[in-house]
Design a protein around this ligand. Structure first.
Ligand code: 5GP
Ligand code: ZN
Length: 143
């Protein structure tokens, strides 16, 4: 797996050089409370491998991260009283990624504090959709 880097905040948390409120840990994954929570219970799941974006993560590490989500989100809801929550995962600065080490946000909806996002649906054209699906599956089948 890629080596942790000296200057990455999350690699430093993994190594124990920076403090955090740890929630879960195994060979591939660490989870801890977010230092700037959007809502009470906002926490992060990160792979121990230093990889910048989710599309660069291998199947073992990505599977290990996602495997934690159901149990951890249920525990967060139970501890905070939240009845709903969002899973957020940003890739690239333009997508809102600030820390360049893959991470998944679990953001519970508590006391009116929750993730807010802009979502303006378009309309998928049937022909354009067919072409796009062919293009994506072609690339997918080569990897
Ligand atoms: P991004 O915008 O990259 O998806 O989110 C990065 C998240 O990491 C933010 O929610 C931010 O509050 C959190 N964060 C940044 N630095 C630290 C830190 O040193 N400790 C903890 N616990 N969270 C951090
Ligand atoms: Zn890192």
């Amino acid at each position: 797996m890629p080596e942790p880097t000296d200057d990455c905040i999350f690699c430093r948390i993994i190594r124990g050089e920076l403090p955090c409120h740890r929630l879960y840990e195994d060979n591939h994954v660490l989870s801890f409370l977010d230092i700037g929570p959007i809502s009470h219970g906002h926490c992060l799941i990160i792979p121990k491998a230093h990889v910048e974006r989710f599309d660069q993560l291998d199947a073992t590490a990505s599977g290990a991260c996602l495997a934690v989500v159901p149990r951890l989100s249920a525990a967060v809801m139970s501890a905070t009283g939240a009845l709903s929550w969002n899973l957020l995962q940003n890739n690239g600065a333009e997508a809102g990624q600030v820390v360049p080490h893959v991470h998944f946000h679990i953001i519970p909806n508590v006391d009116g504090r929750r993730l807010r996002f802009e979502w303006t649906p378009g309309q998928l054209d049937a022909d354009a959709g067919k072409d796009l699906a062919a293009k994506i599956t072609h690339t997918l089948n080569q990897t």
